[in-house]
Design a protein. Structure first.
Lengths: 207, 129
């Protein structure tokens, strides 16, 4: 092994043309990755809209007056830890440790639901203070961008529920684990979008 | 890469993708990613809330921290790597980054020019009279 490792071509990693067809898991992951990139491109349009409109408050409240960073910090932590437990759930199901899988998937759901609850509470608070999406161009862009991310998290929670039920019903078979892989890619990508959202909307907006 | 060495040694004698526990991560990798992400998030909050950085430099600092954290998420959570079975993912990612950069920078460019060429609202009012 060590003699081979010194050469350029390692035995497990031949050139792409010589390697033969990729495994189903890699092809599925690639296809879903392309969907995620297209989703990120859709988000980038809303990010650009927000960046252009964030000072057009039409005499209404600005981000500095509206955003509560402590609230946002808890949202960030719950989403980050749910990403972590989602990864652990995938590891557990790959090792057929079903109890650990259900525990981690449950934690992922609870943390994701915590995030969603906090975000809905923030939206309700803003609307009750007269800072709803129709107040100014800034708030329209804000609700569109943050709301779309929240809608993705909602879809993710529904998907996770179905995947746990499917894993319980069909067992940790290959096709079930490929679907779980796609879900985890989706969930991690949402966390990446949240990093951009946190920085552009909340941290830069609250200054 | 224990999977590769196993396959080369003929131990993991299975079809690729059907191998037991073929998930490309480990608890150590996820935990490392979590620690890095927590540090970078904490740094972002500190930079935005204190005078640690020179005022006008704060947005640039926040942007750097955010991009670093996205990189951490890509490598440690999404397992984007330089491995041979990952080439297509990396190329697709590069294309996605290109499109995102075009949309964002193009929007700024166009909207800045539109703003510069807009007739002031007062002039429009006068024209309608």
């Amino acid at each position: 092994m060590s003699a081979h490792a010194a050469t350029l071509e390692r035995p497990g990693e031949r050139g792409l043309s010589a390697a033969g067809p990729a495994s189903v898991r890699i092809v599925v992951g690639y296809g879903f990755w392309i969907f995620l990139l297209s989703d990120i491109i859709m988000f980038s349009a809303l990010f650009a809209t927000y960046a252009v409109l964030h000072e057009q408050t039409a005499g209404g409240p600005s981000g500095r007056e509206l955003f509560a960073l402590r609230h946002v910090a808890i949202e960030t932590l719950s989403l980050l830890f749910s990403s972590y437990t989602c990864g652990l759930a995938l590891l557990a199901v790959a090792r057929r440790q079903m109890r650990a899988f259900y525990l981690c998937a449950g934690l992922t759901f609870v943390l994701g639901a915590t995030f969603l609850g906090l975000e809905l509470a923030e939206f309700a608070g803003l609307i009750s203070r007269g800072a709803g999406p129709s107040r100014s161009a800034f708030l329209s862009a804000f609700f569109a961008l943050v709301g779309l991310h929240g809608a993705h998290v909602t879809v993710g929670l529904i998907w996770l529920t179905f995947m746990v039920a499917q894993t319980a019903y069909r067992g940790p078979r290959d096709f079930v684990r490929r679907r779980l892989l796609c879900f985890s890619l989706f969930w991690h990508a949402l966390d990446i979008i949240w990093v951009a959202l946190l920085t552009l909307v909340y941290l830069m907006g609250a200054r | 890469m224990s999977e590769h060495s196993e396959r080369a040694a003929g131990i993991g004698d299975t079809v690729p993708g059907d191998a037991e526990g073929d998930h490309p991560g480990s608890i150590a990798i996820y935990t490392t990613g979590l620690v890095f992400a927590l540090l970078l998030t904490g740094a972002s909050f500190v930079v935005s809330q204190t005078n640690l950085l020179w005022g006008p430099g704060v947005p640039a600092g926040l942007a750097v921290l955010a991009i670093a954290q996205m990189g951490v998420h890509l490598v440690f959570f999404l397992h984007i790597s330089t491995g041979a079975d990952n080439t297509n993912n990396v190329v697709a990612l590069a294309f996605g980054v290109l499109i995102v950069a075009l949309i964002v920078s193009g929007t700024f460019w166009i909207m800045a020019h539109l703003n510069g060429n807009m007739i002031p609202a007062s002039a429009i009012m006068e024209m309608s009279h």
